[in-house]
Design a protein around this ligand. Structure first.
Ligand code: 5GP
Length: 131
């Protein structure tokens, strides 16, 4: 069965999209550690990040960097942290998390956001990428 992220990529499940190109998509994490928590995902469904081919892996880093720089301009934070976990969803994704404290890297700590907040934030970050 297709992963939940493949279903998002195929438009079968909605997301708060930030960016997309031929190979990657970025959208807001639905259960964020901090406001602006974003996932950068390759469209090819590969389970583990370090099993990716070197070229696609480097392209994912390039794509994630672009999104991280837009997040840093848009979301009040000290810096943007990055993590690769994959324990919940076995489809490669890079977590980008706007950090104000080390606690923001704690995946058991979550913040509540309304649909309107998600929509407004996704639009703002998306505009910062294209600016
Ligand atoms: P991991 O696999 O790295 O342990 O965590 C998967 C991440 O994906 C979690 O932070 C979780 O909140 C997020 N996630 C799981 N399902 C969905 C979904 O349907 N939509 C979005 N936007 N995020 C999801």
């Amino acid at each position: 069965m297709a992963s939940i992220f493949t279903q998002i990529i195929n438009g079968e499940i909605p997301c708060y999209k930030i960016a997309e190109d031929d190979n990657f998509i970025a959208f807001l994490d639905i259960n964020p550690n901090a406001k602006g928590h974003t996932l950068c995902v390759p469209k090819e469904e590969i389970d583990k990040i370090f099993d990716m081919g070197e070229h696609l892996y480097l392209q994912l880093m390039q794509f994630s960097r672009k999104v991280a720089r837009a997040l840093e301009k848009t979301v009040p934070c000290k810096r943007v942290g990055m993590a690769a976990v994959g324990l919940e969803v076995p489809h490669v994704h890079v977590h980008l998390i706007p950090l104000n404290s080390m606690a923001d890297m704690d995946f058991s700590k979550k913040v509540e956001m309304t649909k309107d907040e998600f929509e407004a934030l996704a639009q703002k970050v998306s505009e910062a990428i294209n600016a």
